[in-house]
Design a binder for this molecule. Structure first.
Ligand SMILES: Cc1cc2nc3c(=O)[nH]c(=O)nc-3n(C[C@H](O)[C@H](O)[C@H](O)COP(=O)(O)O)c2cc1C
Length: 184
């Protein structure tokens, strides 16, 4: 692989929302390949803290049922309905979770950082497969954890929405590198 290809993948990856997805189905083997790339992210002490639940096709209904259980006093029905709409517009929704190391060998932030790197691997892999995706971290993720029987040592870190999308190379705006880097 040449560096132009890598630069292109990193710099053109972008957030694509479910309203932009097309109906074209994502094959299961592609989802597996993306998840395989996810688990190749680095982790301190090799704790490999990620845990993913895949909701695709019919099993998206199971996710909708969990979300519908959420206390309407805590989260407005408008927000819950919007969330369900996003599930329905997606081919696949991956619940992104972190499993805490049994002996707490590394600080929690490092485990969250490792899961985030796994998500970046997924996001980049989606780009090369013409899949649109985005990481959503709504407040209701804690309620999801409660109703979807995550273990006490697990946390929900949000949802990764995926759907087919033809990527057009629109460069994303970023602050100039000079404001983020100090060469000493
Ligand atoms: C940890 C994390 C959490 C995010 N949560 C949300 C979210 O809850 N809702 C949302 O619309 N976008 C969310 N995003 C996507 C960002 O809004 C998006 O990455 C950012 O606007 C930059 O756009 P780009 O991904 O196209 O470069 C999240 C991104 C990250 C890294």
């Amino acid at each position: 692989m040449n560096r132009e290809t890598l630069n292109k993948i990193i710099r053109n990856r972008k957030t694509v929302y479910p309203t932009q997805f097309s109906d074209k189905e994502i094959p299961e083997n592609v989802i597996n390949e993306i998840l395989e790339n996810a688990i190749h992210a680095p982790t301190h002490r090799m704790t490999q803290p990620w845990f993913f639940r895949v909701y695709k096709g019919k099993s998206k209904d199971i996710l909708c049922q969990i979300i519908e259980k959420i206390d309407k006093e805590k989260y407005s029905s408008i927000k819950i309905n919007k969330f369900i709409e996003k599930i329905n517009l997606s081919d696949t929704v991956i619940s992104v979770c972190m499993t805490r190391d049994k002996n707490n060998r590394v600080p929690e932030w490092e485990e969250i950082a490792a899961v985030s790197m796994a998500v970046q691997n997924m996001w980049l892999s989606c780009y090369v497969h013409n899949i649109g995706s985005y990481w959503s971290t709504p407040a209701l993720k804690e309620e999801y954890a409660k109703y979807s029987n995550l273990n006490n040592n697990q946390k929900s870190l949000g949802f990764f929405f995926m759907g087919s999308f033809d990527h057009h190379e629109i460069p994303k705006l970023r602050d100039d590198i000079s404001s983020k880097v100090e060469w000493v």
